[in-house]
Design a protein around this ligand. Structure first.
Ligand code: ATP
Ligand code: LTN
Length: 333
């Protein structure tokens, strides 16, 4: 696989709960679309997940569920390598070397750390702080060219690039400097209740997000309750974050641009618009949900995919790690 002329992609998602509409539009949807053109590695980031306290049995179950949902979203194990982060030891090994090439000050500036440490004030652990270093290792260990993520991960990507450049300058050319792949529409899907905030699966208000496994009635209800404004006109504008957010969702799921959405709903109220948004979401999620149930029931198939993925990923990662160990001066016998 490493002799392929195709550019390489790596991305990951944490198994901290069912994926939201934001995860799908910002990241996972594009993972499927990029498979034809790139050599892709997709990972369930269970090591990142434990930076926040997890119940072990739930984490185990959610890791399989996340992998099944990725397969249901169209990740094809014949085309891409799908694996679980903790199954490839090179991630943790490289993370240590990279941590020794990352400054405390750089990590202190990460906004996700500031947000999460405020939200989990009782557990501001060192892993939460060094999380972006592990993420850099995930990417650099495969020499990925491109990393498809939502806009909230841009800062972590910039850090990974800085670490790569710094290491290359200190120890000679080793890592590919990765580029982010952030979609033009839907890079930051907002909360349906507080449209100034990002939609997040860890939000305490369940009406603020749509989960990929929500049933049709729940999706209709959540769309209907979405916060908009009092103007009653469907148009995209900075002063109308709720409506603009719904337009982004509708645009991604129907392929229509903002101008044609505006004319489609001219003279119609938000009620009609919200219903149309809900139906567009249901039409995409319903078949994925059926496929998900089918895959989840076939545990042998799922585990075989993950074993094969881990083996193929580990083969690539071990080579990079060995090269790095040599470059930094670790004795080899
Ligand atoms: P949590 O809310 O628990 O912090 P999360 O929903 O942000 O988690 P992650 O596993 O951290 O989920 O993110 C997986 C991918 O989904 C990342 O590429 C991230 O950028 C993207 N993503 C997350 N939320 C959104 C959103 N609201 N809009 C667009 N993309 C998003
Ligand atoms: N930190 C990411 C998940 C993640 C990731 C990665 C994304 C872990 N390792 C490597 C891209 C590349 C997040 O979405 N919170």
């Amino acid at each position: 696989m490493e002799v392929s002329a195709k550019k390489r992609i790596l991305s990951g998602i944490q198994p901290t709960g069912t994926f939201t509409l934001g995860n799908y539009i910002g990241a996972v949807r594009n993972w499927g679309l990029l498979q034809q053109e790139y050599e892709c590695l997709y990972m369930v980031a269970n090591m990142h997940a434990i930076t926040v306290r997890q119940t072990p049995a739930d984490l185990r179950r959610q890791t399989r569920e996340a992998a099944a949902l990725l397969l249901a979203c169209g990740i094809d194990p014949q085309k891409s390598i799908l694996f679980v982060q903790s199954h490839v030891p090179a991630h943790a090994e490289l993370a240590w070397v990279l941590a020794c090439n990352t400054q405390f000050g750089e990590l202190s500036r990460m906004t996700q750390f500031k947000d999460k440490s405020a939200r989990h004030a009782d557990n501001v652990n060192a892993g939460l702080f060094t999380y972006p270093v592990l993420m850099a290792a995930d990417i650099l260990v495969y020499n990925a060219d491109l990393v498809p993520v939502g806009a909230d991960q841009k800062q972590h990507l910039e850090l990974a690039r800085n670490i790569a450049v710094r290491f290359n300058n200190a120890y000679s050319d080793t890592f590919t400097v990765p580029d982010p792949y952030i979609p033009k529409t839907g890079a930051r899907i907002m909360s349906l209740q507080e449209p100034e905030k990002k939609m997040s699966k860890s939000d305490t208000n369940a009406n603020s997000f749509i989960l990929m496994l929500d049933d049709p009635d729940t999706i209709r209800r959540k769309c209907k309750r979405a916060v908009t404004d009092s103007e009653g006109v469907v148009r995209a504008d900075e002063s109308k974050p709720g409506v603009t957010n719904l337009m982004s969702i509708y645009s991604v799921f129907t392929g229509k641009d903002f101008a044609s959405i505006e004319s489609e709903f001219t003279g119609k109220g938000y009620g009609d618009f919200k219903l149309a948004v809900a139906e567009s979401v249901i039409s995409v999620f319903h078949p994925i949900q059926q496929e998900y149930q089918r895959i989840l029931e076939d545990k042998t198939y799922l585990d075989d995919v993950l074993k094969d993925g881990a083996q193929r990923a580990a083969h690539i990662a071990a080579k990079t790690c060995a090269k790095v160990y040599k470059k930094v001066g670790f004795l080899q016998l």
